[in-house]
Design a protein around this ligand. Structure first.
Ligand SMILES: Cc1cc2nc3c(=O)[nH]c(=O)nc-3n(C[C@H](O)[C@H](O)[C@H](O)COP(=O)(O)OP(=O)(O)OC[C@H]3O[C@@H](n4cnc5c(N)ncnc54)[C@H](O)[C@@H]3O)c2cc1C
Length: 470
């Protein structure tokens, strides 16, 4: 192992996705000396990948092809400075009381309630611009979604996107922002809090993967693989785990902490999502302009454990979701410009588990139980109704479930045998390892997670600074 002479930090943060930069910004603002290590590359507006395939291959772990053990779900796990905020659809929603009720029930943490979270949501929202899509810039895919909902009497609402100026008036097509936004409109962490944290002195090491942590009461050592393939160790008083639902479990297990934290890797959820296509006589051109504008907002859907979104994706991703080979597949793809798309996202109830094998590689065990499949099929039935009510000639159901909202594995809770992180964001039994990212979710809320990750990270940073002052 290469000996190191790096400084002793106040905090090391593992992961530069959403949570890490939100916490680092607050810590640096308070004058703490912070180091952030991130396994993925650092891109700029000018260097983000410029096509669908490169985007998937370069911005995700395993090139975007991480599968569960039964190969029924594919997990898209970001690996890039900015993490999910670079590749995600930038939809930001607050949780409702139903989500917090279920969190309180499973965690025993009273602070999970709408009222207590309001100030933290407000602080998070103050860091990003949020817009809905003006009606003149909605594309035909959005119009079909809206018409279907209106004809069938379902409730819908405009999507709230973390964006500032998508330049639709100049004919910009924002679908490319799924591979990093080259006009700086999308409110990713490198455009917002990470930028500010770097200005305040945060040291960021990209392409640096944390392999193992060692902890004592006064210091933490983090052994990392460096960009040149070497290994180095960084030391700090405190550690913040922000490497996401799978990343945190993997790091803790590979550091031999599975026995001390028996719930590590348990209760992993992912909101399985399926894209479905209505094929119309007239071109829909779903890829043009603002690529998504509406979501379902129907109490009946919420009760039944699913939500619908008006979305789209690049041609390579869609090609992978369609069944058939050769001529049949080719004929379907020829009609791509006539596709409208609606995604069903289920609130999964079957907990999965993150494990590692003897070589330290990740194993994702995530199945869907009968209830999860009932929720998915109820959503599909509504999608079929919407496409039929709006004149689709054919409906194609996407064949592969995708896990985009990766949550849990280090759930927050009061019971150290059933949870990993205590209500003050500290790992049970430790005084100097903290976590507030998607891994602390006790279960699947059924709502887009990123705004709540930002809010919880703000809350955690305040708690860390309070502890430090004490
Ligand atoms: C295609 C897509 C669309 C999505 N759309 C939405 C949406 O519209 N709205 C929404 O709310 N959510 C959306 N999500 C989910 C959302 O992006 C995630 O929930 C969120 O990014 C999780 O934040 P995080 O900070 O927990 O982890 P991440 O953002 O995943 O960041 C974790 C970072 O840690 C790094 N890391 C992991 N292990 C290590 C290690 N050992 N050493 C160093 N670094 C490490 C990773 O490379 C990664 O960059 C989407 C996700 C995807 C993939």
């Amino acid at each position: 192992m290469t000996p190191t002479h790096s400084p002793f930090y106040d905090y090391i943060l593992v992961g530069a996705g959403i949570s890490g930069p939100f916490i680092a910004h607050e810590l640096c603002r308070a004058g703490a000396r912070c180091l952030m290590v991130e396994a993925g590359k650092q891109y700029t507006r000018k260097t983000y990948p410029r096509n669908d395939l490169d985007g998937t291959a370069q911005l995700y772990w395993s090139g975007g092809l991480e599968l569960g053990t039964d190969a029924r779900l594919v997990f898209l796990r970001p690996k890039v400075v900015g993490g999910g905020s670079i590749v995600n659809q930038a939809l930001v929603d607050r949780f409702d009381e139903d989500a917090f009720d279920s969190w309180r029930r499973d965690s025993g943490v009273d602070d999970f309630n709408e009222k207590a979270m309001v100030p933290w949501y407000e602080k998070a929202e103050a860091e990003i611009a949020i817009q809905t899509i003006p009606s003149e810039y909605r594309n035909r895919n959005a119009d079909i979604f809206e018409q279907g909902f209106q004809r069938l009497g379902y409730q819908l609402a405009p999507l709230r996107r973390a964006q500032k100026d998508c330049n639709y008036e100049a004919g910009n097509c924002c679908i490319e922002c799924l591979n990093g936004c080259r006009i700086g409109s999308k409110q990713s962490t490198p455009e917002t809090v990470l930028k500010k944290a770097l200005e305040l002195g945060l040291e960021l090491r990209a392409e640096t993967e944390a392999l193992k942590i060692d902890s004592s009461a006064n210091a933490i050592s983090v052994t990392c693989q460096t960009p040149d393939g070497g290994v180095t160790t960084y030391r700090a008083r405190n550690l913040v785990l922000a490497s996401g639902a799978i990343g945190n479990s993997r790091l803790l297990l590979n550091s031999g902490l599975g026995k001390r934290l028996p719930a590590v890797g348990h209760n992993f959820f992912c909101h399985p999502q399926y894209m479905n296509f209505g094929v119309y006589d007239q071109p829909v051109m779903s890829h043009l302009g603002a690529f998504q504008a509406f979501k379902s907002d129907d109490a009946g859907f919420r009760k039944n454990g699913f939500k619908l979104e008006n979305v789209y994706a690049g041609p390579a991703a869609i090609a992978l979701l369609l069944s058939g080979f050769g001529r049949r597949h080719h004929r379907t793809m020829e009609r791509l410009s006539h596709f409208a798309c609606i995604e069903v996202c289920t609130r999964d109830t079957q907990p999965g588990r993150i494990r590692v094998n003897r070589k330290g590689k990740t194993i994702i065990v995530k199945r869907q139980n009968k209830e999860d499949l009932i929720r998915y099929h109820k959503g599909l039935t509504v999608i079929d109704e919407i496409f039929n009510a709006t004149g689709a000639k054919e409906v194609i159901h996407g064949t592969m479930g995708i896990g985009l909202h990766l949550m849990g594995g280090c759930g927050m809770g009061t019971d150290p045998n059933r949870s990993v992180v205590d209500p003050d964001f500290c790992l049970h039994g430790f005084k100097n390892i903290f976590c507030a990212d998607s891994s602390i979710f006790p279960n699947a809320p059924g709502i887009n997670p990123s705004l709540t990750i930002m809010a919880l990270s703000k809350k955690a940073a305040a708690q860390l600074l309070k502890d430090a002052n004490r």
